[in-house]
Ligand binder design. Structure first.
Ligand code: ACO
Length: 319
């Protein structure tokens, strides 16, 4: 019997950086407002690359030195796919030559990466098998640059992990995947509506968000799903080395640490640099920490997401 483990992590960010000051040139906002309310200083914006292009860069890095024919599964968690169809994961498959992989996208907004990890771990049963789990977003194509209440928050990027089913002990220790559909109205993007026949082809509707409701939701539900996840595994909060939370707002992360009575140092952040990259955010964070040697094999890590749906999810993994 073998178990799935995270073998490698990787990230890819578009080069073009847009600072708060840059945004204040095109809308009524300021560096001071954005920083104090969210912790964000800058974000990357993709000008030429679509979501699949970012995901493909991550997949290529993850598969360096591996046989792509050995990949059983590719899941791309995204709320900003290139298209309704084909799935972004299928485009990744073609680019890396993973001819034997089952491929699909998963839509759970900013909880998407945690959802996708859990699905991949449960699907990857073949001993020696491999899966790519990638969070990738070009949220900038869903941003209304006239709406300062949402435009300042989001950024583009991708991150992901290679999962291998070759461990002798379990590494995925517990998970909680929650959804609260009755709160759906508080966050949407890409909303479509039925058209009269023969109606015009419509574009995608931009982000619409009730920031206060999402803030309230996140600061209550994230501690809840983390606590439930740890209880399921019989692991105490103090035993966890790192809590990698969805990077939506620095104040949310601080508040979650406070509610769990844990030091903020256990909640690393990169929101200042990259803003909210939705399904990509925890994967970008994990890959960055791994590059710096701050997340290492053997560490006990909680990944937790929250966002559109509304959804909230937590996963306890041993790296
Ligand atoms: N610059 C300057 N002023 C602004 C801006 C801006 N960019 N945006 C709003 N304001 C103004 C408002 O108009 C308001 O002015 P008023 O008092 O004259 O009416 C004032 O600032 C306060 O606005 P609030 O919306 O009350 O500000 P709040 O403190 O709630 O902060 C924020 C807003 C940052 C969005 C916060 O509510 C938040 O972070 N919520 C969580 C959002 C979140 O996490 N979303 C992502 C979920 S992930 C996903 O699924 C994609």
């Amino acid at each position: 019997m073998t178990y799935a483990r995270i073998a490698k992590s990787s990230r890819y960010l578009p080069e073009f950086a847009v600072s708060n000051d840059d945004l204040s040139q095109i809308m009524e906002t300021s560096d001071e407002w954005i920083k104090t309310r969210t912790g964000i200083s800058s974000r990357r914006i993709s000008q030429q690359e679509n979501t699949s292009d970012l995901a493909i860069q991550v997949a290529k890095q993850l598969l360096a030195g591996e046989d792509p024919a050995g990949v059983d599964l590719i899941i791309v968690a995204t709320m900003s796919p290139d298209a309704y169809t084909p799935a972004t994961a299928a485009l990744v498959q073609a680019a890396v030559g993973a001819e034997n992989a089952a491929c699909f996208d998963l839509s759970a907004a900013c909880s998407g990466f945690v959802y996708a990890l859990d699905v991949a771990e449960k699907m990857l049963r073949r001993p020696g098998g491999m899966a790519l789990v990638i969070g990738a977003e070009t949220l900038s194509k869903l941003v209304d640059w006239q709406d300062r209440t949402t435009a300042v928050l989001f950024g583009d990027g991708a991150g992901g992990v290679l999962i291998k089913n070759d461990a002798l002990e379990p590494h995925f220790l517990a998970s909680q995947l929650k959804s609260y559909g009755h709160l759906a109205k508080f966050l949407s993007a890409g909303q479509t509506s039925p058209q009269p026949f023969p109606g015009p082809v419509t574009g995608l509707a931009p982000f619409k968000m009730n920031g206060r409701e999402v803030y309230k939701f996140a600061t209550h539900k994230v501690p809840e799903v983390i606590t439930a996840c740890l209880e399921e595994a019989g692991v105490g909060l103090a035993e966890v080395d790192l809590f990698l939370l969805h990077q939506a707002n620095y104040r949310i992360i601080k508040q979650v640490a406070r509610r769990l009575d844990l030091p903020e140092e256990k909640f690393p952040c990169n929101i200042a640099e990259y803003g909210n990259t939705s399904a990509a955010s925890e994967a970008i964070l994990l890959a960055g920490l791994a590059e710096e040697g701050k997340a290492q094999a053997g560490d006990l890590v909680v990944l937790a997401g929250f966002g559109g749906g509304l959804t909230a999810a937590a996963q306890l993994v041993r790296l």
